[in-house]
Design a protein around this ligand. Structure first.
Ligand code: 3HC
Length: 297
């Protein structure tokens, strides 16, 4: 499978410079990883703090990957915080990793028209919005597609290259080649609720929440999954992914599939509303001040 996926991404991507819009968890990791793999990367955000956090996150990833100090320095040199978004006009690939709000993404795409370099590709890291709903706002439908990374980017080999009716074959080929070029495996998928991975993952995470309602404890559910051989339990994973993201993905599958799956418990939107969105908030299904999720069977 790995060989087939790699072969699907062979070829010249023609992408030397990547510009990332949005320095949240995903944007920052995508930027850090792409810079480590030799791409020139600019990253913008509406706030300055996440840009500083991106550099700290990148440094941590490079240390974990045991880069030599010269390699670390070179990778950090390639990663440029760009609060003014100057990279938009210079990049061969713009990756939008903004929050999952349709109007916000549409606004960003509108601001890219007449700015992006001729031939440059716009890719979205969305996990819950339909490309069919976003494409009309893209500067060029042919050069727009999905590029869906998984968290943590430095540890998760797969990237979904998401097509839609108007995407050109050249765009999809270049995105697959880019994915291989940054040492990830491209899985070519269609614009479908949950794409491939979340179609499987979201019902699994939601079922763990249904089990909480049935009276099983978080620790019991997580320990059972760990004993089975999963790298982390589904309750911990839901907190890592973010309950807000889990809810958005589950909603897209509730609304978009003929036979809806991933039933969400009634308390989930309330928890998200309260800001208890998981590990990033210090509280989600676990309370990270007082509880430690099990990590060994
Ligand atoms: N989201 C955010 N952070 C995550 C995460 C996730 N899904 N999974 C793990 N992490 C974090 C860990 O907390 C840790 O953070 P730290 O460095 O700040 O302590 C870091 O990633 C990596 O942990 P380790 O260095 O201990 O990594 P290991 O070498 O032990 O690798 C692993 C662990 C490979 C990440 C393993 O735990 C794993 O496979 N976890 C499941 C990850 C997963 O399923 N990701 C997909 C999520 S779905 C998604 O991203 C798509 C979106 O559309 C919903």
């Amino acid at each position: 499978l790995r060989r087939n996926l790699k072969a699907a991404g062979k070829g010249d991507d023609g992408i030397a410079h990547v510009h990332v819009i949005g320095a949240g968890a995903m944007g920052a990791e995508i930027a850090a990883w792409s810079a480590m793999q030799g791409k020139r990367v600019t990253i913008e955000d509406v706030k300055l703090d996440p840009l500083g956090a991106t550099i700290r996150r990148a440094t941590k990833i490079y240390e974990k990957k045991h880069l030599k100090s010269i390699e670390k320095r070179d990778a950090l040199d390639r990663l440029m915080p760009d609060p003014q978004g100057l990279g938009r006009a210079r990049a061969d690939l713009v990756i939008e990793a903004a929050p999952e709000k349709l109007e916000l993404k549409e606004k960003i795409y509108a601001s890219l028209a007449d700015v992006m370099k001729p031939g440059a590709i716009l890719a979205t890291n969305t996990s819950s919005l339909k490309l069919a709903d976003l494409v009309s706002a893209a500067p060029d439908a042919k050069r727009f597609a999905g590029l869906h990374f998984f968290n943590p980017v430095s540890q998760m080999p797969l990237v979904e290259v998401v097509s839609h009716k108007k995407a050109s074959a050249d765009t999809l080929d270049r995105l697959a080649a880019f994915t291989t070029g940054v040492d990830r495996l491209p899985a070519r998928v269609k614009d479908y609720p949950g794409f491939l991975v979340n179609r499987v993952l979201a019902p699994y995470l939601m079922e763990a929440m249904v089990m909480l309602d049935e009276g099983y404890s978080k620790e019991e559910i997580d320990r059972a999954a760990l004993t089975f051989g999963m790298p982390m339990g589904p309750v911990t994973l839901a907190d890592q992914v973010g309950l807000d993201i889990c809810l958005e993905v589950a909603n897209s599958m509730q609304n978009g599939l003929e036979t809806p799956v991933a039933d969400t418990p009634a308390w989930l939107p309330e928890k998200v509303e309260k800001g208890e969105t998981g590990k990033k908030a210090g509280k989600g299904l676990y309370d990270y001040d007082s509880e430690t999720p099990p990590d060994t069977p």
